[in-house]
Design a protein around this ligand. Structure first.
Ligand SMILES: NC(=O)c1ccc[n+]([C@@H]2O[C@H](COP(=O)([O-])OP(=O)(O)OC[C@H]3O[C@@H](n4cnc5c(N)ncnc54)[C@H](OP(=O)(O)O)[C@@H]3O)[C@@H](O)[C@H]2O)c1
Length: 303
């Protein structure tokens, strides 16, 4: 009898995971079918809209910025690398005809988000869509990785994302249009030994986005979490993940990941996991006990 309730609860959890997967396929199929109509019916095609993209200087953020500009949005490009942002702004303005504003910001600094928002106010820019994409990871044991790097990771991946959302949300609510696209990771679905802080930050992003979506369900705002798996960007080399076989052998292109995220956001999907291999990985993890998934991840990520 003592084992009955845990077993029942795992059974229920598995049924819920199955149901969720089936629902996600059904929703995806429905979204695809109506995609063309939704894309054309989205406010961005008829009203003046501006999307702010953090981490737009490279990788997934760069591609997302191009999608939002091509979809009819002016864009505000945020990151630390000014040269790369200016190059992208020129490319966007010449190819899409939309305006692209560059604001350099180091989001690991506590004051950066408020400075960024002040700059938006000074330039009279109203943001309709916020894409919280800036982020980084670091492979290694928690006790051996630099304390500063891991604290900066929490600042960029969690604190800046949260504060920027809080600062920009009121005007979105006032206009009752636009929304938030947060970039998480499939790392959100289990603990990640040898990359403990990164996995924990991404679990936060998923939980926060889902809760926010529910709170905003009575509005017209879209709230979506993009959960990429391994992707060919600067992230692999910067984090140390790129040297792992499991990373390089399954990596998708940044273009494909960004397109899935952009389309998912327009269709107001709750969670977008690009690529069937990543979806399979997340679903399989749901069937295993947490002690098993963390052991597996720890083994895969032992350098
Ligand atoms: N690539 C993957 O395999 C993968 C998988 C799952 C999730 N993701 C997530 O996808 C998002 C984008 O990463 P990516 O793969 O495109 O990697 P990336 O090419 O390295 O891009 C990271 C972006 O974040 C910006 N950034 C980093 N630290 C920053 C800081 N302190 N202040 C402001 N901006 C900062 C970088 O700009 P500057 O250096 O110019 O500041 C850059 O534009 C991240 O949230 C990442 O966790 C990536």
């Amino acid at each position: 009898m003592r084992g009955f309730f845990p077993l029942t609860s795992r059974f229920v959890t598995h049924c819920l995971a199955c149901g969720r997967l089936i629902m996600s396929f059904l929703v995806k199929a429905r979204s695809r079918a109506f995609s063309f109509r939704r894309l054309n019916g989205h406010p961005s095609m008829t009203q003046h809209n501006t999307a702010l993209i953090t981490g737009a200087s490279s990788g997934i953020g760069r591609e997302l910025a191009i999608h939002f500009a091509n979809g009819g949005n002016d864009v505000v490009l945020v990151a630390r690398s000014e040269d790369k942002l200016r190059e992208l702004a020129t490319e966007i303005e010449s190819q899409s005809g939309r305006s692209a504003t560059v604001i350099t910001s180091d989001l690991s600094r506590i004051e950066s988000v408020d400075q960024l928002c002040n700059e938006l106010t000074q330039r009279s820019i109203t943001i309709n869509t916020l894409v919280n994409n800036a982020g980084f990871g670091a492979l290694g044991k928690f006790s051996e990785l630099s304390a500063d790097r891991q604290t900066d990771m929490v600042m960029v991946n969690v604190v800046a994302l949260t504060r920027l959302t809080r600062q920009l949300l009121p005007s979105m609510l006032q206009q009752n249009r636009g929304g938030i696209l947060n970039v998480g990771s499939i790392a959100a679905y289990q603990a990640g030994p040898n990359m403990a802080v990164y996995y924990a930050t991404k679990a936060y992003v998923l939980s926060f986005t889902e809760a926010l979506r529910e709170e905003l369900s009575g509005t017209k705002l879209h709230v979506t979490c993009l959960e990429p798996g391994p992707t060919e960007t600067g992230f692999g080399e910067d984090s140390g993940m790129g040297k792992l076989d499991i990373f390089s052998s399954t990596a998708m292109t940044a273009k494909a990941v960004a397109f899935a995220g952009y389309e998912g956001y327009l269709n107001n999907e709750d969670v977008v996991i690009p690529g069937w291999k990543n979806r399979l990985m997340v679903t399989s993890a749901g069937f295993l006990p947490r002690f098993a998934t963390r052991k597996l991840v720890g083994k895969m990520q032992s350098a």
